[in-house]
Design a protein around this ligand. Sequence first.
Ligand code: SF4
Length: 229
Amino acid sequence: MKTRLANELPSIENVRLFRSKIIRWFNKNKRDYPWRETQDPFKVLIAEMMLRRTKADQVRAVYDRLFAEYPDVETMAKAGNEELEEILYPLGLKWRNPAFRLVAREVKEKYQCKIPEAREELTTLPGVGEYVAGAVLSIAYGKREWIVDSSIVRLFRRYFGVRTSKEGRRDKHVVEIAKMYVSGKDPRKANLAILDFAALICLPRDPRCTQCPVSATCRYYALGRKGKE
Ligand code: SF4
């Protein structure tokens, strides 16, 4: 990779090359979860809200029962506190007042039970931030909408050598790269791929560089894993 000036954004060609390798890796290594078998925006929204605060295996444990009882916005909007808490009990105490019942009520009142298709609308819903909005738009609606979480920030810092501000997930350089990354075909797959890659290969403490399909062009690896992360 060509040496770049501090915080110069990578070229679109570099990002596309990175993306095609990540997707090729994903085709062989993707993780299977029940919420990846649906493109129902309601289920994707609720699953992503749970995943922001809880580990995937814990969410898997309640997923089927939650959607058997509350399969859509209408039923979730009417959910009783005790019934919902009972289903969510395995997730721990922090789930005593799940925001998704409030979300369902708001979607019912403001959007006639249809999950909005615009980031600006989604992010006004209770408990829905930029990440969840981007996940719903790309995974459920197949839109070219970016996602950034802390693992993606880490990956971009290492691979592209981008320096981020304290804003981390909201850093404008990181968001710009995430937009370039998702700008090609199949944004759903692209976003799922980068999440799995960051979670399984570019690990926080000990990245698996020897198994990494992009190590030949990774700035952090080229610097002997001594560069600033
Ligand atoms: Fe991450 Fe290592 Fe791959 Fe670079 S080479 S992207 S640091 S796993």
